[in-house]
Design a binder for this molecule. Structure first.
Ligand code: ADP
Length: 211
């Protein structure tokens, strides 16, 4: 007779983002849940994952490369048909072989000195992604830290824009039930956690009861 590992029997119903055993934080905003998790966005089981794309939508390095590798050639074919996306906006394709049914390709700004409207462009990338999710009746979305890799946006400043924009959107859009930030590495996770804690402590989160 084979014994099941004990863990398999007693494991409680966990938050999906928690499965990897990585660090995790969760708050509620209005009727939605906002989560932070350290991990790899290509593995997420949200209905959509967001890609930090470039305006050509023809693929690149970083998270973009990882998503196309994991999702297979279909995503690139769809991107080619779309034909590009301006900075501060987003476009949607299927998720190919990914667990996520959709990929939302968001184009964040290249960071120069913070005075070239980078915060507006970055907020636009998040906001447009969420609008596309609402339009397509997508209820759960995972975001990477857009623009903070090759595009050079400082992580602290980017976290503030990302969290503020998503908070504002969720306050008016309960149809998005779950937004998850998937932070690649301990450093990124800690920056986001600090920013979210500060928001909570300063009373900037309108916490409600999730649906
Ligand atoms: P950008 O060009 O918008 O800066 P990058 O892909 O270079 O895009 O980086 C954006 C962020 O995504 C960086 O913080 C990077 O560490 C992170 N990243 C890279 N690979 C992954 C992954 N597989 N899952 C989640 N985040 C990732």
């Amino acid at each position: 007779m084979r014994f099941l590992p004990l863990r398999a029997k007693i494991r409680p119903v966990a938050d999906p983002a928690r499965e990897e055993g990585n660090r995790f934080m969760k708050v509620t905003i209005n009727r939605s849940v906002l989560e932070l998790v350290e991990g790899d966005i290509t593995l997420q089981d949200t209905e959509a994952i967001v890609n930090a794309a470039n305006p050509s939508l023809l693929g690149g390095g970083g998270v973009d490369g990882a998503i196309h590798r994991a999702g297979g050639p279909q995503i690139l074919e769809e991107c080619k048909a779309i034909g590009g996306c301006p900075t501060g906006e987003a476009r949607i394709t299927s998720g190919g072989r990914l667990k996520a049914r959709y990929v939302i390709h968001a184009v964040g700004p290249v960071y120069k000195d913070g005075r070239q409207r980078e915060p507006e462009w970055l907020a636009g990338a998040y906001w447009s992604s969420l609008e596309l999710a609402s339009l397509n009746k997508i209820k759960s979305v995972a975001f990477p830290a857009i623009s903070t890799g090759v595009y050079g946006y400082p992580m602290e400043a980017a976290a503030e824009v990302a969290l503020t924009t998503v908070r504002r959107y969720l306050e008016g859009h309960p149809e998005i039930q779950r937004v998850r930030f998937v932070l690649f590495g301990t450093m990124a996770y800690e920056v986001y956690e600090r920013a979210l804690r500060a928001m909570k402590e300063e009373g900037r989160l309108k916490e409600g009861r999730p649906m």
